[in-house]
Design a protein around this ligand. Sequence first.
Ligand SMILES: *Cc1c(COP(=O)(O)O)cnc(C)c1O
Length: 377
Amino acid sequence: MHFETLAVHAGRKPDPVSGAVAPGITLSTVFARDVDSQAMGDYNYARVDNPNRHALESCLAQLEGGVTAVAFSSGVAASAAVLFALRPGDHVLAPLELYVGNRLLLNNELTPWGLQISFVDFTDLDAVRAAVTPATRLLWAETPSNPLLEVSDIAGLADIAHTAGAVLAADNTFATPILQSPLALGADYAVHSSSKYFGGHSDVIGGAVIAREDAPLTQRIRSHQITAGGIPAPFDCWLLLRSLATLPLRIRTQTANAQRLAEFLTTQPAVGRVHYPGLPDHPGHTLASQQMRGYGAVLSLRMRGGKPAALQLVSKVRLFARATSLGGVESLIEHRASSEGPGSTTPENLIRISVGIEHIDDLIEDLRQALVACMEP
Ligand SMILES: *Cc1c(COP(=O)(O)O)cnc(C)c1O
């Protein structure tokens, strides 16, 4: 079935008792047993599994084309589950350009725990290959990356990982399964922050790991979910399943808007580079055209006037909300280095934009007036 159909139907069926078409929210933490103390249905205790999480995981597994999905209370909890499924002493290769939260997770939590981590340029397959050691067990890719929208070759990275006896996990948050299928390209795990496009309305934090195979590592990720307990609440799962129904529509509109906005920004004298894989001069454009079905709805731009100009532009917008994060129906703008805080390696003149579903003319007009306002003394 096609994404549009799966997004609406996967993980859903009318309630067998009431006939309700929209799913209910099962808040119960406990599920009763029969007189012989046997489970009456599929559930026992809600940390282990519950109907709303089950439905969400079923939908996500089908959208990503995996055998199973494991849902978490946040995107970084999903990342942590993959990393803690490794063993102390194992070596991980991660990209230099990496979502700041996952960098903190690797450096502050997993390194003291015993993982060895090397950061390399994931857009350069030779550099990645050269960084593999006999202890390498996992390659962690993020494509397109945050915040420079770098594109790395999932099939090429999977090849390197498998030759080394390692696995490849790909953070597919920016692309979503609508635009990119890491598992079909050879990755072993697709990892998501559900807080972004899956939720799509900036009102739920969540994460997920989708596995290509029911391997021992997959079982350890499932075990980490249940045993370490970073599970999403039933209401969050319900919100996410509800939002996933419109994921293909939102992504289509947001991606079309982002392309138009990126093209507009390239015509503006105050703007230097525009980082968007849909622009033909983006270094990852050709690769993105091969491995993606669209270029996504996050873009970054560099102001010629440096940090002061970047801060000024962000201060002048009226329609865009000045906020971090991405993937919601509303357009957001941020001075990325300010959001990342001390230790950020993001260029000071960089502004990141998450493009929403508003009318494109209104979005362009807002940035046009902000750029004009910046020019005034
Ligand atoms: C936001 C984000 C995460 C982390 O997700 P949370 O839900 O905030 O924990 C991971 N990867 C990428 C690419 C992200 O943008």
